[in-house]
Design a protein around this ligand. Structure first.
Ligand code: NDP
Length: 314
């Protein structure tokens, strides 16, 4: 077990964390990034990215994150393959964090970029059939349903993108939504409605997931929100795509959170209530939630951390 001291401790390794690291390293703050359970974050479980500026051709999410990590390392960031399990913000700076490895991290500033994770429906069968037909990531698990019948639950961008992606593997994709109109961007809706492999079920909520004879997912029990009628849909795979929850468990009672559990910062700034502690990316942003906005916020957090440290030295 070791103790690592840095001028800038960054928790999380998505676009926000890596961008904060790139700026922090170039400001000679010798940042440490504690990467967490999913190094690279949510983009590592997507495929095509066509809205990150600077790339005229479609790029892959995992590739983009490899590039960001390499860039952060090239300018002097230390990457730690560890997951923070406890933070102590009392009386800081410096701030203290403990890793799953038992290592201790001390940061003169702390930049929180822990991101967000997929939400689950919380209905019977969902947890039991996790990995046996029920998933929250089509790009990770879609391949297993080659030539099979699948469904996606949700009506946002993620749900529509997952449905479209699944048509690479399956000719029979059903999108199940609890209302009669989608929340997703119009361009994605157009692609969805034009795709002959995708059908839609409107005004349906999932009551439960049920196993078939082989113990894997057999069918979904649905309820019509208008008529109350209960029906079943036979599927081999179901992908829950109903949004994300911010990863703020570590900070409950230590930093103010909003009603959705997102870290609160000063409006238009990554500054939290505690001087020297900053938050950037999806952990604090329920509005934009884009790789490019997360990267921008990571940059802002690093610049503010640099100014904070400079002001203390004066
Ligand atoms: P959203 O919050 O946008 O959408 C969640 C969807 O799930 C909504 O349609 C919602 O229904 C539905 N839902 C929520 N809870 C339940 C529930 N308990 N039961 C049934 N349905 C439920 O999440 P996304 O993950 O789709 O997107 C998050 C953000 O990321 C958005 O800002 C999105 O634009 C962005 N994004 C952008 C992408 C891109 O630009 N390429 C790709 C993916 C995401 P209802 O509509 O009724 O509220």
């Amino acid at each position: 077990m070791a103790t690592h001291h840095t001028k800038m401790l960054i928790i999380g390794s998505g676009p926000a964390g890596y961008s904060a690291a790139i700026y922090g390293a170039r400001a000679m703050l010798e940042p440490i990034v504690v990467q967490g359970l999913q190094p690279g974050g949510q983009l590592t479980i997507t495929t095509d990215v066509e809205n990150y500026p600077g790339f005229a051709d479609v790029i892959q999410g995992p590739w983009l994150m490899e590039q960001m990590q390499a860039q952060a390392e090239h300018v002097g960031t230390r990457m730690m393959w560890d997951t923070i399990v406890e933070v102590d913000l009392d009386g800081g700076p410096p701030f203290r964090a403990i890793g799953d490895s038992g290592d201790e991290y001390i940061g003169d500033t702390l930049v929180i970029c822990t991101g967000a994770q997929a939400k689950w429906l919380g209905v019977p069968g969902e947890q039991e059939l996790g990995g046996k037909g029920v998933s929250a990531c089509a790009t990770c698990d879609g391949f297993f349903y080659r030539g099979k019948k699948v469904a996606v639950i949700g009506g946002g961008n993620t749900a529509v993108e997952e449905a479209l992606y699944l048509t690479n593997h399956s000719d029979d994709v059903t999108l199940i939504h609890r209302r009669d109109e989608l929340r997703s961007e119009k361009i994605l809706q157009e692609r969805l409605f034009k795709n002959p492999k995708i059908s839609t079920l409107w005004n349906k909520t999932v009551e439960s997931f049920a196993a078939g004879e082989d113990g894997t997912l057999g069918h979904i029990v649905l309820r019509d929100t208008v008529s109350g009628e209960v029906s079943t849909l036979e599927v081999d795979g179901a992908f829950v795509a109903i949004g994300h929850a911010p990863a703020t468990e570590l900070f409950k009672g230590k930093l103010p959170l909003d009603g959705g559990g997102y870290l609160l910062t000063e409006p238009g700034s990554p500054k939290t209530e505690i001087p020297g502690v900053f938050a950037a990316g999806d952990v604090t942003d329920h509005t934009y939630r884009q790789a490019v906005t997360a990267a921008g916020m990571g940059c802002m957090a690093a610049l503010d951390a640099e100014r904070f440290l400079a002001a203390r030295e004066d």
